[in-house]
Design a protein around this ligand. Sequence first.
Ligand SMILES: [Fe+2]
Length: 385
Amino acid sequence: MNSSPVSPGSPEPVVTAADPIRAANRIPTPSAPPPDVLRCAYMELVVTDLQRSRDFYADVLGLVVTEEDGEHVFLRTFEEFIHHNLVLRKGPVAALAAFAYRVRSPEDLDRAVAFYSELGCRVERRPGGFTTGVGDSVRVEDPLGFPIEFFHDVEHVERLAWRYDLYTPGALVRLDHFNQVTPDVPRAVAYMEDLGFRVTEDIEDADGTVYAAWMRRKPTVHDTAMTGGDGPRMHHVAFATHEKHNIIAICDKLGALRMSDCIERGPGRHGVSNAFYLYLRDPDGHRVEIYTQDYYTGDPDNPVVTWDVHDNQRRDWWGNPVVPSWYTDASLVLDLDGNPKPVEARKDSSEMAVTIGADGFSYSRKGEEDLPDWKKGEYKLGAQL
Ligand SMILES: [Fe+2]
């Protein structure tokens, strides 16, 4: 436990030496070693109106177009040196086609094939890659139902980090993470730990229910998070800016363009991850997070932070409410044939149900009667733990 003094009424997340999440129905651990995953590298999204989506990601958000044809747009961030961080592919149903991870060596693709074959998953390897700019690649439908790609060979392009003549006030500089919706978070975490990921933070209830977990390979808070809900679905993709003011600039630009309806939640400061954030919805409703300034997690004994689901500062450090759509809405994911995966309902209680009232505003616990009269009915901040 952190023994530093805290202000009265402010809850303190629990800090432990290792992940406290235990799965009741684990996916068996393969005997084959997992591939050595370096980082989340790109996402392939199916969009219904390619030009409209190009306008949003390239013209409004300022991602750099590496290459495009009539069916695809390949986009990257300012500090990226690989071909793309986002592929927009034209298609009939808005959905996620792949979460793609870069692995350390070509041999890690053999490891991915062996690892997922042993799990009984569908595995497809294409020496020429699944997208332009990427070489030998493996795609799998993982045990949670998500389409995951692993690749090493990739075309290098100019890293634009020093091209200040091209920067905009809201420049997106790195792909930071993915976020996935899955019904059973402990089961998902156990499988991801077998794949070599480590938990950095999570949200739990006193009864042991796990609502979400953040997991990393690169030394930041996460490469992906598992969010409890009906799944498999894609919750969001997150791009990093250098500083907080870059996120404010994006809000100001969206206001000036009369596109404030794209802003779903924020800007704000997360409790989990400590990052500054903004959530947007693209023209198909795919959710994009703009994110900056989380912390280093690369030591092997990096402490795990567990938040109480009733802590109103866990998802917004300033106690602002989380809009219900953020909990309920997410994108479909495709199987390797391009068909939407069926969505399985979450059986554990939902985070929204235990923390948000019928009016959509946050509360800490049902039946809490000790609020002062002036605060009853003013639930924006809810009650602290
Ligand atoms: Fe996120």
